[in-house]
Ligand binder design. Sequence first.
Ligand SMILES: Cc1ncc(COP(=O)(O)O)c(C=O)c1O
Length: 385
Amino acid sequence: MRPAKRTASFTESVIREMTRIANMHEAVNLAQGFPDFPMPEPMKEAAAAAIRGDINQYAVTWGSAALRNAVAEKYRRWYGMEVDPDREVTVTCGATEAMASVFMALMDPGDEVIVLEPFYENYGPDATLAGATPVFVPFERPNWTLDADRLRRAFTKRTKAIVVNTPHNPTGRVLTRAEVSLIAELCIEYDVWAITDEIYEHIRYAGDHHVMATWPGMRERTITISGLSKTFSCTGWRLGYAVAPHEQTAAIRKVHDFLTVGAPAPLQAAGAVGMAFDNDYFAHLALDYRMRRHILVDALTEAGFRYSLPEGAYYILADFSGLSDLDDVTFAKWMAQEVGVATVPRSSFYHDRALGSKLVRFAFCKKIQTLKRAADRLVRIRESL
Ligand SMILES: Cc1ncc(COP(=O)(O)O)c(C=O)c1O
């Protein structure tokens, strides 16, 4: 009795493997993309109050009215976009579940989905679970730009959707207005869905956040996905959402219902509190991350890594070819053991895992003291070579 074929291509997350190695060697863990600092106190209080106040039963499957209203208000407040909370919002168990539910709601077997590479590692398996085929288009090095001709060539009669993640994990790119416009034009020309992953929208150091759904002709062909994990440093709460036209929302809600019934009710109540925070909260979030980025950037430069400065999100994809001839996985394991800093090897973010290009990803969503400890070790890397 073997498991289903569709699981055969899924591998155990390399990030978890790196965390295991980090723990074994007491390395500073810059592999995993979650904060080691606390989430906002008022949200914790609101969650505790909701539990004590007996908000402990199933919420409405597509999300509590309070959180859906907060999502609609967010799009009005930040992007001038009108969203109907009753017909266009589905609250999910994280952006992760939103993405999986959207794929299953929109894709048929044989459909192609364009995924820009390197990518957040869930998109490929999401496509596979939905019976769709991912088609990969690389960002161009060294600055992770999009080649318009290469992107255009990936659009075919079979293309059903493109996944667009900005700010981008793992490169830190924030797509420009011109890049978003190019993708929008192609979506309209080829009658393709844009599925956007905007989970890092409030963590930016340069550039504006462009919401593709606000582009002319795109509202009716865009599924906007985001969530609370990164903005409120609560990755364990599992709260995300998908904003989509009514007809697609109806399909997404059905898949979401059968997969999960719903996201945690008391945490939805507390999530709405966070989304109403004033602008100061969001400004400080980005400023604090800028400070963290600075510590890591200085250490990587001194150590001899090459990288392009992230414009958003909280990762640096760094080239170690000036330091070592090892392949990425061996180098990442060596760093965790010998230098005492855990990273994620590049192969996690590319479909061809055999490609041995010299990149590792550092996450800087960590306390200043954690980053300083990592920096102290990184600047001495040459002593271990
Ligand atoms: C691009 C991207 N999308 C989605 C997620 C997961 O979001 P959530 O915690 O809401 O499932 C991550 C987490 O690292 C991510 O990097």
